[in-house]
Design a protein around this ligand. Structure first.
Ligand SMILES: O=P(O)(O)OC[C@@]1(O)O[C@H](CO)[C@@H](O)[C@@H]1O
Length: 403
């Protein structure tokens, strides 16, 4: 399977595995995944066959080994190219953590009958939790707060929407299974890196007016309370002419509990168009942009690949190469962007993303060990402030740009 180092000129750090008891990756494999299965079992009335399959997966993912997809699986060839044969027979804990997590969600879809011919075909096992969040009063509060933006300068409005999208990344339902009620940490500034000025310099206002303006790719992460502010940001960028077109990359199938799929985009859009005030205006703008082609939604198979973006296929590479800027959202996408490795925290972000075919920005709250691009002083302060939970607790965030 491909294993392109993220940055050929930077010595590659070791790939993260899940086999170290007490480590964050080990906890995800040993505890978070079984908890996700329990939640899925409770949230939908699956019949005995599906329940048995879920129980079998619960045992297999903790005690068993990787078993190949069935011969008639529609994506068997793809998974073969992504390393399935190489890892068959090995413990889930002994293969790259990035790989075994994606494998978990793929096998979960088998267990619930997503690919099958039966009644559960195409039914998102995470839909109940996604919808509960989208319909929550907190979403209303966030949409109502948009009307307060009118009092701000144009630059402050843009920053507010950027930060809404950034901190929306805390809305990760899988994460909340293992870190409920995490509160921001007062000891160190919440932003560990802030390249927002560089980001805005790549998207000047009105650069996108007329026919020759730029395209922004936004590689989305979670649905619901992350996707809503992502859509608001896109609407604002289109409305202010900072971009002429936007491409929203979402997942082709349910993944990492709350990751956005095309169906989730429609749900979020409905939430916006059904809202009041500025939120509704942005909803209408996005609806029109979808109909006239200024906004497109992509669900590329590689979006659910168990591999770093350094291994992206040529068609995706060409898309990102043509964009004025690609904004990559969230923790998992960050791991895939820089490579899921034990990088020293001060490793240059520009080096580990040198392979990326165009300007790229990461907007991410920190929910796993991987980190690059920190100033040494920032790292020292974070470490001095206490334990290493700043890496995984979602209390800190970053905006990093490589142009
Ligand atoms: O990508 P997201 O939604 O920001 O976060 C995904 C996440 O919760 O799941 C992984 C562990 O399962 C970590 O990368 C991260 O903590």
């Amino acid at each position: 399977m491909p294993d392109t180092p993220a940055a050929p000129d930077t010595p590659a750090a070791p790939v993260l595995l899940g086999n170290e008891p007490g480590s964050f990756p080990h906890g995800v494999l040993a505890e978070r995944h079984p908890a996700i299965i329990r939640q899925v079992r409770e949230n939908l009335p699956y019949g005995p066959d599906r329940r048995r399959a879920l129980d079998a997966l619960a045992a297999n993912c903790v005690e068993g080994v990787i078993e190949p997809l069935s011969a008639d699986a529609p994506d068997r060839d793809r998974w073969t190219a992504w390393g399935m044969d190489e890892y068959t027979g090995r413990s889930w804990f002994d293969v790259p953590w990035l790989w075994s997590e994606s494998w978990f969600y793929r096998r979960l879809l088998d267990a619930v009958g997503w690919f099958g011919p039966g009644p559960w075909h195409g039914v998102d096992p995470f839909r109940p939790v996604k919808l509960a969040e989208l319909r929550s009063p907190r979403t209303d509060e966030e949409l109502d707060a948009l009307d307060g933006l009118d009092a701000l300068s144009a630059a402050a409005q843009a920053d507010a929407l950027l930060h809404g999208s950034l901190w929306g990344n805390r809305a990760d339902l899988g994460f909340r299974l293992s870190a409920p009620g995490t509160t921001p940490c007062a000891d160190t500034p919440p932003l560990v890196a802030d390249d927002s000025a560089r980001l805005w310099s790549l998207l000047p206002p009105d650069a996108g007016t007329g026919t020759g303006g730029g395209t922004l790719c936004l590689v989305a992460d979670n649905a619901g309370r992350e996707l809503v502010p992502d859509l608001l940001l896109l609407a604002h960028l289109l409305a202010t002419g900072r971009v002429a077109r936007a491409v929203l990359h979402v997942k082709p199938y349910p993944y990492y509990v709350s990751d956005a799929t095309p169906a989730d985009v429609l749900d979020a859009l409905e939430r916006l168009t059904g809202a009041k005030g500025r939120a509704a205006g942005y909803g209408r703008l996005l609806w029109t942009a979808l109909t006239d082609g200024r906004l497109t939604v992509r669900a590329h198979p590689f979006s659910c690949a168990p591999l770093p973006y350094a291994d992206m296929p040529d068609d995706l590479r060409a898309e990102f190469a043509a964009a004025t800027l690609t904004v990559v959202k969230g923790d998992l996408n960050y791991r895939r962007l820089v490579g899921d490795r034990r990088w020293p925290a001060t490793t240059a972000f520009a080096d580990v993303t040198a392979y990326f075919p165009g300007p790229v920005a990461a907007l991410r709250t920190l929910k796993s060990d991987v980190i690059t691009g920190l100033d040494a002083t920032v790292e020292t302060a974070l470490v001095a402030a206490g334990d290493q939970r700043w890496r995984t607790a979602g209390t800190h965030a970053l905006i990093q740009v490589r142009d």
